[in-house]
Write a protein that binds this ligand. Structure first.
Ligand code: NAP
Length: 305
């Protein structure tokens, strides 16, 4: 019997992983916030995955953080701002050889979780898969993509990548996961905040070409300074390519703000600005972008972090 995957967070990505693992016969358990969420989940009789118009419900077992079973493998599928507290609630259940897979976007939350659990192996992930909830306990698989997993301190891939293979979760083991996460963060910083400020789709940023180019230059400087020169290579070109390729889309930050949801700004633009300050690097446009974005969030009654 293979090791059980405990999945923390039954949101978009947590459900996308839980349903595909369960479908492949891999043992999965879902950890929900509390008894009320567990009761709601049990009434729904499982997690529903909607894929290419077809839907299927998987009766994955649910539990609360108080459940007594030890946890050997934990997929952390919360938002970056919830990850540390959500993992802390489970600390007493983690075995000494526990492995955590951290799906959070941006940077900062992974190190915070790893520092909290010095004994555990923390594997960082960067995913281009896309999913959204169209109801409680229901997720629509909106964009096929890829997930890179890596461990900055141990280059050896874990054996359980077999489970992902069996589940049809496209993935690769990455020996430069930090470079991938920094690159994604830089792309996000160059695109997402501007889409909120100009209230536009990604493609409309083509009209703000100079501003995008200035931000890319500053982000490139930051990446070099943070020891990530590979993440800086051809950044502006890739940002322009993404803006073009996703012209009709609204960025995830735009969607969060439009829906009145908290953003992950502290782990994206906020993290970049903090890193610049730590390196005593002056990046006036990036810092001004953060000020403008925070103003916009506060004006909409959303948290500034
Ligand atoms: P989401 O849909 O908001 O799901 C997060 C889930 O975490 C929610 O179900 C929430 O529970 C749960 N949660 C929070 N604190 C918890 C706790 N203490 N105990 C148990 N559950 C808890 O978020 P998401 O879109 O899946 O995003 C997760 C991460 O993946 C983010 O960092 C995001 O940027 C990244 N990501 C997402 C996508 C995507 O397409 N969605 C793609 C790439 C990367 P409730 O339901 O009770 O609120």
């Amino acid at each position: 019997m293979s090791t059980t995957w405990h999945i923390l967070g039954a949101g978009s990505l947590g459900t996308l992983w839980a349903t595909r693992l369960a479908r492949a016969g891999v043992p999965v358990r879902l950890i929900l916030r509390d008894e009320a969420r567990l009761a709601s989940y049990q009434a729904a009789k499982g997690l529903t995955l909607v894929e290419q118009g077809a839907e299927h419900t998987y009766p994955v077992i649910g539990e609360t953080p108080d459940s007594p079973e030890p946890i050997h493998r934990l997929l952390v599928a919360c938002k970056a701002y919830d990850a540390q507290d959500a993992v802390a609630q489970l600390q007493h259940r983690l075995t000494p050889d526990a492995e955590l897979i951290l799906l959070q976007n941006g940077l900062g939350s992974q190190d915070a979780v790893a520092a909290q659990l010095p004994q555990a192996r923390c594997i960082f992930a960067s995913s281009t898969e896309g999913a959204f909830r169209d109801g409680d306990w229901r997720v629509v698989f909106a964009g096929h993509g890829y997930t890179w997993l890596g461990d900055a301190s141990h280059p050896t891939p874990p054996l359980w990548l077999e489970d992902l293979h069996a589940a049809g979760i496209p993935h690769d083991w990455s020996t430069d996961i930090l470079t991938r996460l920094w690159r994604k963060l830089a792309l996000n910083c160059a695109i997402n905040p501007l889409t909120v400020l100009y209230q536009c789709r990604n493609g409309e940023l083509q009209a703000h070409h100079c501003e995008v180019a200035t931000l890319c230059a500053e982000l490139g400087e930051l990446l070099e300074c943070c020891g990530q020169p590979a993440a800086a290579q051809g950044l502006q070109h890739e940002v322009e390519r993404v803006i073009h390729a996703t012209a009709a889309n609204y960025s995830s930050m735009f969607q969060d703000v439009a829906a009145g949801r908290r953003t992950e700004i502290s782990y994206l633009l906020g993290y970049a600005c903090q890193a610049a300050t730590r390196h005593q690097l002056s990046l006036p446009h990036l810092q001004q972008l953060q000020v403008r974005l925070v103003e916009q969030l506060l004006a909409r009654g959303l948290p500034r972090d």
